[in-house]
Design a protein around this ligand. Structure first.
Ligand code: NAD
Length: 461
């Protein structure tokens, strides 16, 4: 532990002190995404939960957040721990639940260690990055019986909930097939090629890091599980080889201090954004992590263009495509049912993680050059009848209001019954990432991959 104990800290703004009956949470991984959870625990949910510890290899990032918490809420520093002090942290701070918001490749370690030490876990998606790690998590959860939740916020976005409601109510009959296209634009999509995600060992590639959201949606929308996956995935736009093939010259390995500077639309300025500067530029002396790698520089091992075919246990199939270099951000998904067709078209607000436009950041405004709000169009086309639009009310905040609803399911004292079953379990988390893991294997082998050949679900063997 490297800062003072905060359990007796000032309380007026947040109720951080006392309150022994409140659930005690530790957050592991204090980057951009952690903010959604820490802010919730220090504000709206301070009566039901208490933030008692932080764990990250980077002390500068933890220090940044402790200063923010002090400035915003008037509390004393939350105790901070290094990764090798994780188990000691659980005991010293009497942690009930660990919230995992670290680099994807590290999720399995914290999930398994926390459960083995009798703690519940809330993990950010993806549950983990490959099938072997997934097996270890499933086995540990089965053996320990601890609660493991995966925070699939997209389920809670009003438009996605509306699709679930319509399919579940039988509006288009039994779904036979799904056609799903997801577009990441050159603001948001490019950012995965600057950050740790560009190394497949860290993220599992976009099939796991990003598409696990989408694969989870389809599993949940259809109320089924995936069985067989086949796909092609390549790096066709980012990276040195692609740039040089187009005649472009790659002169720098990162944006900071590069001769191209601000003129290059692919660059990001860490120095000019106060949050990016504090969280990443000022912290890189500790771990060498560069948040602003050139998207055309060497070292990218993830794909940017992916096509996948999935067959589900119900017999339904999906054709799925993900592009990470699109001029606009959003998705289109179409369901062919025995009574008609459902079509959802969404234009999403694009953002760069950690910047002023990031919806995870409290008080963040709309992105400057992006559409001011998400736009969704949902249409039912019944067989032998006129098509009719379905009204979708979008909420404020991240992911069309989804993040707020998710937080209430995680931390709210009053949890209403949810006929849509939006709260995701570890099994949901596993099936979502396993579609991506199977796609990754198929990319490498050129062959279809069966989910049951990747993991055994304990209790179902
Ligand atoms: N649900 C969503 O919409 C959503 C959105 C963004 C990110 N995420 C997820 O949140 C997580 C964090 O992403 P981010 O954007 O905040 O990344 P980030 O790079 O801003 O933060 C990652 C943090 O993990 C820390 N870390 C690295 N190695 C670690 C280790 N061994 N032990 C503990 N911590 C370690 C880093 O120091 C850093 O502070 C990822 O799993 C990501 O998939 C989810």
């Amino acid at each position: 532990m490297t800062t003072q104990d905060s359990s007796k800290a000032p309380t007026a703004a947040t109720g951080q002190a006392g309150g022994s009956e409140r659930a005690r949470y530790a957050v592991v991984g204090l980057g951009s995404r952690s903010r959604m959870f820490t802010t919730a625990l220090l504000t709206e949910y301070h009566e039901s939960g208490q933030l008692v510890a932080l764990c990250d290899p980077n002390q500068t990032r933890m220090g940044y957040y402790n200063k923010k918490f002090a400035d915003s809420y008037g509390i004393a520093p939350i105790p901070t721990y290094a990764p090798d002090e994780f188990v000691r942290m659980l005991d010293e701070e009497r942690v009930d639940t660990v919230i995992v918001t670290s680099v994807d490749r590290t999720h399995d370690h914290y999930i398994v260690t926390a459960m083995e030490n009798g703690r519940d876990v809330i993990s950010e998606k993806p549950l983990t990055t490959d099938a072997d790690k997934c097996q270890r998590i499933l086995d540990t959860q089965h053996r320990t019986g601890q609660k493991l939740t995966v925070s699939f916020n997209y389920r809670y976005a009003p438009r996605n909930s509306a699709v679930k409601d319509l399919i579940q109510s039988g509006a288009i009959g039994d779904v036979q097939s799904v056609h799903f296209e997801w577009l990441l634009d050159t603001r948001h999509g490019a950012d995965y090629f600057r950050r740790w995600h560009r190394d497949k060992r860290n993220s599992g590639g976009l099939m796991i890091h990003k598409a696990s959201h989408h694969f989870d949606l389809v599993n949940w929308w259809l109320g089924t599980v995936p069985e067989t996956v086949f796909g092609f995935g390549d790096l066709r736009f980012y990276g040195r080889d692609n740039a040089e093939r187009r005649g472009e010259v790659v002169r720098s390995y990162r944006s900071h201090g590069s001769p191209d500077g601000e003129k290059n639309p692919w660059a990001i300025s860490l120095a000019d954004d106060p949050t990016l500067r504090a969280l990443y530029l000022d912290a890189e002396h500790e771990d060498g992590y560069l948040r602003d790698r050139n998207v055309f520089a060497d070292g990218i091992s993830i794909e940017d263009d992916m096509s996948v075919l999935v067959r589900y246990a119900t017999g339904a199939t999906m054709t799925y495509h993900l592009t990470a270099y699109s001029p606009w951000e959003g998705y289109r998904v179409m369901f062919n049912g025995t009574k008609g067709r459902l079509e959802l078209n969404v234009e999403e607000r694009s953002y760069v993680s950690g910047t002023a436009q990031d919806p995870n950041k409290p008080g963040a405004g709309a992105a400057k050059k992006a559409p001011p709000i998400d736009r969704a169009q949902l249409m039912i086309r019944p067989l032998w009848d006129v098509p009719r639009p379905v009204e979708v009310e979008e909420g404020a905040g991240g992911h069309g209001g989804g993040d707020r609803r998710l937080l209430n399911d995680l931390f709210g004292e009053v949890k209403e019954a949810d006929p849509l079953g939006r709260a995701a379990t570890h099994v949901d988390g596993a099936y979502a990432m396993l579609v991506g893991a199977a796609a990754n294997r198929s990319f490498a082998s050129g062959l279809p991959v069966r989910i049951r050949d990747l993991v055994d679900f304990p209790g179902r063997r």
